[in-house]
Write a protein that binds this ligand. Structure first.
Ligand SMILES: Cc1cc2nc3c(=O)[nH]c(=O)nc-3n(C[C@H](O)[C@H](O)[C@H](O)COP(=O)(O)OP(=O)(O)OC[C@H]3O[C@@H](n4cnc5c(N)ncnc54)[C@H](O)[C@@H]3O)c2cc1C
Length: 191
């Protein structure tokens, strides 16, 4: 694989793949690395709201009818209490998480994104990320590594705590200031 890319996405879950496809749609070269391999599953209500469906459509992803179930609103039920409302526009769909992930992976592959599975990122540098012992240079790094994001920790850690963090350890050892290009899925849409 190329040892340099415009965008390196850490984490190939829904957020990482969405950011990767959005960046690719804008003509950037993109690499995604994930420590797991598809089909990636996790606890999930498996509901996509109308906005989520629209966002998927913008990325060129549609969920086939036979693989989903529509729903028109949401109900919150607790004991004898119930609050519910229909969506003002359109409907949501229920779709198995593994199915959604597969569709996103297929779209990313078709878009020409380099997907690296079973490939945990080991560290961050000012100009790229560390895969094993190799540095992959990248203009942008997207931290899409989930709710316990080490990227976020590394970027927000104080100097005192940074050395205790696997991600920050490599950056802390670098001489000079670290200038991060750090974006999320939302920022990628405006690239
Ligand atoms: C019980 C429950 C129900 C939910 N129900 C819904 C729902 O109905 N609808 C909905 O839209 N959302 C739901 N969510 C929320 C949804 O699951 C998350 O918002 C979504 O998974 C976030 O996606 P993500 O890509 O940011 O993170 P994740 O899906 O967590 O993906 C992060 C990826 O990063 C990878 N990774 C981590 N560290 C590294 C590393 N160092 N190197 C390489 N890769 C790494 C992981 O392997 C993982 O694949 C629910 C969540 C829970 C807990």
């Amino acid at each position: 694989m190329e040892k340099a890319t415009d965008v390196f996405v850490i984490g190939g879950g829904p957020a990482g793949l969405a950011a990767a496809i959005a960046a690719r749609q804008r003509g950037l070269s993109v690499v995604v690395a994930d420590g797991s391999r598809p089909p990636i599953d996790k606890p999930c209500g498996e509901g996509l709201m109308p906005d989520g469906r629209a966002a998927l459509a913008e990325l060129g992803i549609s969920v086939p009818e036979e693989l989903s179930r529509p729903f028109r609103g949401i109900s919150f039920v607790s004991g004898g209490l119930r609050a519910e409302a229909n969506f003002p526009n359109g409907c949501g769909i229920g779709v198995r998480r593994k199915v959604l992930h597969r569709l996103m992976v297929e779209r990313a592959e078709a878009a020409g994104i380099t997907l690296l599975w079973s490939t945990p990122v080991k560290g961050l540098y000012s100009d790229g990320v560390l895969l094993g012992k190799e540095l992959v240079r990248s203009r942008w790094v997207v931290g899409a590594d989930g709710g316990h994001s080490l990227v976020r920790l590394a970027l927000t850690a104080t100097a005192a705590t940074a050395r205790a963090l696997p991600f920050a350890a490599t950056t802390a050892s670098l001489p000079g200031p670290i200038a991060w290009n750090c974006i999320g899925a939302r920022s990628a849409r405006s690239m």
